[in-house]
Design a protein around this ligand. Structure first.
Ligand SMILES: Nc1ncnc2c1ncn2[C@@H]1O[C@H](COP(=O)(O)OP(=O)(O)OP(=O)(O)O)[C@@H](O)[C@H]1O
Length: 280
């Protein structure tokens, strides 16, 4: 496990060469302020190709702000964000568009367009970025809908006709519309019952395993963190406090990490999750 202090030295770069893994996304020394309030300060984080990174932190610690900063929706005051090795601040519009096409986003609560059917929702990124004949676009959208485990009949339904779990799947289908390399999921299992949440987690893990998808998942869901995340990063004190495996989190003496992963609620979740891992 690495600490934030180590992050500011050579540790992440050394890890990159040591384990030979490709860094899809890196944030280096990122600072974000709103007026006089600093939300993120000198934050650094790497995300590797093909991993599910679970991003966790207390409410109000800045998880959404960081996600929005990575997506270019919030302006940073300092630091560098690189995606696929390119500094996002140095891209012109055409280059930015090419990068945007390689990433998919599932915003909290699904955020589907209520006046569009599921099929039309999935086609939104296609219409925005690529010019395809309608028939081909329909076929591609249907493939995505089936890929996330929705029945074909769901394609012509409106979001108001779907269950919470189906909305999340439809939103995932939209995030996958352009076959991205990385998807950002903002609390994807919030509002789902435990079985629906576990099924969604399984689906995300399947995408990682079959498509090599990289997943950046903001979550409060301990089950997700323990069962599908390859690595966990904890946001606190305006930076990434610790990052590592579940086992690393369990050993951490950092007070917030300790109470989150070894507190009363965690103890109720950790044993069943460990059993699930053993059984699989
Ligand atoms: N546009 C903005 N202007 C001013 N302050 C903001 C803005 N966006 C976020 N903040 C502040 O930044 C801090 C971090 O908010 P953020 O939504 O990122 O937290 P979070 O970790 O995602 O919380 P939660 O887990 O509750 O969703 C909060 O204090 C919030 O009020």
């Amino acid at each position: 496990m690495a600490t934030a202090e180590e992050d500011q030295t050579e540790a992440p770069r050394a890890a990159e060469t040591e384990n030979g893994r490709e860094i899809v996304l890196s944030a280096e020394g990122v600072t974000v302020r709103f007026g006089t309030t600093t939300v993120l300060e000198n934050l650094s984080l790497d995300v590797y190709r093909g991993e599910i990174l679970g991003f966790v932190g207390a409410s109000g610690s800045g998880k959404s702000v960081l996600l929005r900063t990575i997506l270019g929706l919030v302006r940073k005051q300092a630091g560098t964000i690189r995606m696929f090795g390119r500094d996002l601040a140095e891209l012109d519009d055409a280059e930015r568009m090419l990068i945007d096409m390689r990433q998919g986003v599932l915003f909290q609560h699904g955020a589907l367009f209520s006046a569009l059917t599921v099929l039309e929702n999935v086609q939104v990124p296609m219409r925005e970025y690529i010019d395809l004949p309608k028939k081909l676009m329909d076929e591609l959208a249907l493939l995505k809908i089936e890929l996330v485990g929705l029945p074909r009949e769901a394609a012509n339904k409106f979001p108001s006709e779907l269950s919470g779990g189906m909305i999340k799947r439809a939103a995932l289908a939209r995030a996958l519309a352009l076959d991205p390399d990385i998807v950002f999921l903002d609390e994807p299992t919030s509002g789902l019952d435990p079985i629906g949440a576990a099924e969604f987690d399984e689906l995300v893990a399947k995408m990682r395993d079959t498509m090599g998808l990289t997943v950046y998942m903001v979550t409060h869901d301990l089950d997700s963190l323990l069962t599908v995340c390859d690595r966990i990063a904890v946001l606190g004190k305006k930076r990434v406090l610790v990052h590592g495996t579940v086992e690393d989190m369990m050993k951490s003496e950092e007070p917030w990490v300790k109470s989150y992963f070894r507190g009363k609620r965690a103890r109720q979740v950790v044993r069943p999750a460990a059993r699930m891992k053993e059984d699989s």
